[in-house]
Structure formats: structure tokens, C-alpha cells
Design a protein around this ligand. Structure first.
Ligand code: HEM
Length: 301
């Protein structure tokens, strides 16, 4: 799987017309610190320590998916939220899309390199995510949209019971969108500016929900959303209280502690190597010191 990382990064760079030496994706963003407080329900699902005792310090980064660090915030794009629950512990890396475009990382590289209309004809499974992506409204604020980690993870509790879930971050402030015609008037960096202003006056909060799989739900196919009626358990609340300069060295969507396991989703399993390589390329290209605060690894790897 790791040998695919250079191909994926090259495809991403071409897709986004990334400047050489710049980030391969999610170039523009804002890093925050805060705390995560688990709810009592979390400990019934997982024996993981950070889900039973809190608050725990976290580091989070909001971002736009593009590799262009100067892309306007009003451009049609996915938004990302990476959350790290402490050094080497657990990362949840999520986007505003509830399903992914392809079932495999090989298909994702091909998807990025082909004409979308032709690719969809041969891969109808990518149609739902594409439709969602094209219809996605522009959020008024990073704090007023929902983020989905898409892949399934297994939670294991004290009794050894195992349940597959998908993570969702629900904005406590509610959802608010901006009309496409009005977005540009808000300014080139309105999402970053709005977040800075908001966090100065109040914490930015999200509830973490675990969507519970039923036995018939696929746990290895990120193109398929589970039925809307699946139960959701509120496992805790994220409260971000300050902006910090720089960005975490690297998130890792497969970084999970005891009590949480990755699913066999091939897209999920391909991501860590691509993120490590991307972080290496960023760090090599830039002499700028990265943020080295709690929740970040000292280096990729
Ligand atoms: C094969 C599929 C994917 C590939 C190859 C890929 C690749 C990448 C790369 C190269 C980066 C930049 C990493 C860095 O410079 O440190 C990145 C960042 C990110 N990706 Fe993905 N990604 C994939 C799927 C996904 C999925 C499914 C999600 C959401 C569920 C996601 C969410 C994010 C987010 C939020 C970031 C920004 C993290 C940060 O702020 O540092 N990606 N991705």
C-alpha cells in the first residue's frame, strides 16, 4: 500500500496544479487548540482512555482541500477538520463530504487523473460523492458546518464488545451557509477571518457523534453512506478556545489507541503513507518552523 503514496501525491499535485515544493492538499487553514470532554456514553462503546476521562487537550486544524494556499475562501471546495487528541494517541481527520469518491486508493489516483464524466461512466460508485460535492453549499463559517471522517472504525469496550462506527463532528452553533453570489463580497479569507473573530469572543464547539453500524452496513467501502436512520451516540464535545500559529506536523487517519481499530477500508489504509510523504515534502521544502505543541508528533513517521 505504501508504494502507492508517490502516485497519489503526484496525482493530487496535478489535479490541484500545486506549486512545486508546496503542499499537495489542504494548504490553507487555521490551527486551534482546545479540549475534548467525553460523555458518559463514550465509555460504554470504547475502553480508550481519552473517551472515558476528560477534558483532554486537543489540537485541531480547519482547512480548505485545495493545494493552493492563496485560493479564495469562497471557491467551491471541501473543508477539512483534523483533530489530534494528544501526542501519538488518536487523530480524527474529517471533511464536509459524507462519502468518498472511490472504493480504492488506486481508483482515487485514476479519478484525479481522468475526466470525471468518463470516470463516472465506468465507476458509478463515485457518483454519490460527486453529486454531493457539486451540490455542497458554501459554509458561512468553519464553525457552522459538519465534518465526516467517512471510514468505519471498530470500537472495543471493557467487555470486549466490538461495534463499527463512523465519526461525525456536528457544529453546536448550527449549520449556516452563504449564497454563492454573496460569498466573494465576504472577502478572500473570510473563513479564516471569521474563525479568528469568533474564537476571540467564544469557544468554537462541535459534538462528536458515533454512527453505529448494523451488521449489513459495509465497513470497507467509503463510497456508501449508511442509511440515515442509523443510531448515533454523542461521545463528547470539542471546545476550541484559541488559534495557534503554524500547523501540526502531520495528522494520521490510522492513528488509533487501544479500544479503537481501523476498518479494512483500502482508502483509509492507504492514507497514512501519503500523509507522511506529503509532510516530509512540506518540511523539506520549508525552513519555517512547524507548531510543536501537545497533540502533534515531533516528526512524520
Ligand atoms: C486516497 C485518499 C486520500 C489521499 C491520497 C489524501 C491525501 C492527502 C494529503 C496528501 C494531504 C496533505 C497532508 C499534509 O500535507 O500534511 C491530505 C490532507 C487532508 N486530508 Fe486527505 N487524502 C485522502 C482522503 C481523505 C479523506 C477520505 C478525508 C476525510 C475523511 C481526508 C481529509 C483530509 C484533511 C482534513 C486533510 C488536512 C489535514 C491537515 O489539516 O493537516 N482525506 N490528504
Amino acid at each position: 500500500m505504501d508504494e502507492l503514496a508517490p502516485t497519489l501525491l503526484a496525482a493530487l499535485r496535478r489535479y490541484y496544479a500545486a506549486p512545486s515544493g508546496g503542499p499537495a492538499a489542504h494548504a490553507k487553514g487555521t490551527t486551534c487548540r482546545g479540549v475534548f470532554t467525553p460523555s458518559p456514553a463514550a465509555a460504554r462503546l470504547t475502553r480508550s482512555a481519552h473517551m472515558r476521562k476528560g477534558p483532554v487537550p486537543v489540537l485541531a486544524r480547519f482547512s480548505n482541500a485545495s493545494a493552493l494556499s492563496n485560493a479564495p475562501d469562497w471557491a467551491r471546495d471541501r473543508r477539512g477538520l483534523g483533530v489530534s487528541f494528544g501526542p501519538g494517541t488518536h487523530d480524527i481527520v474529517a471533511v464536509t463530504l459524507p462519502a468518498w469518491f472511490t472504493r480504492t486508493p488506486e481508483d482515487f489516483a485514476a479519478f484525479l487523473s481522468s475526466r470525471q464524466s468518463e470516470f463516472v461512466r465506468e465507476h458509478p460508485e463515485c457518483e454519490p460523492a460527486l453529486r454531493r460535492s457539486r451540490a455542497a453549499p458554501l459554509p458561512l463559517s468553519y464553525a457552522q458546518t459538519c465534518y465526516h471522517a467517512i471510514h468505519a472504525f471498530a470500537l472495543i469496550n471493557d467487555q470486549g464488545e466490538r461495534r463499527f462506527v463512523r465519526w461525525h463532528w456536528q457544529a453546536v452553533a448550527g449549520i449556516a451557509n452563504v449564497a454563492p453570489g454573496e460569498a466573494a463580497a465576504r472577502g478572500h479569507d473570510f473563513l479564516q477571518d471569521e474563525l479568528a473573530a469568533r474564537i476571540r469572543s467564544a469557544s468554537v464547539t462541535f459534538d462528536l457523534e458515533a454512527e453505529l453500524a448494523e451488521p449489513e452496513d459495509p465497513v470497507d467501502d467509503p463510497t456508501v453512506e449508511w442509511p440515515v436512520l442509523r443510531s448515533r451516540v454523542r461521545v463528547g464535545r470539542l471546545a476550541l478556545t484559541a488559534i495557534v500559529p503554524g500547523r501540526p506536523v502531520s495528522f494520521d487517519p490510522c492513528r488509533v489507541p487501544d479500544g479503537i481499530e481501523c476498518s479494512p477500508d483500502p482508502v483509509l489504509l492507504a492514507r497514512p503513507a501519503a500523509y507522511r510523504l506529503a509532510a516530509n515534502q512540506r518540511l523539506t521544502a520549508s525552513a519555517r518552523p512547524e507548531t510543536g505543541v501537545a497533540g502533534c508528533r515531533a516528526g512524520p513517521g
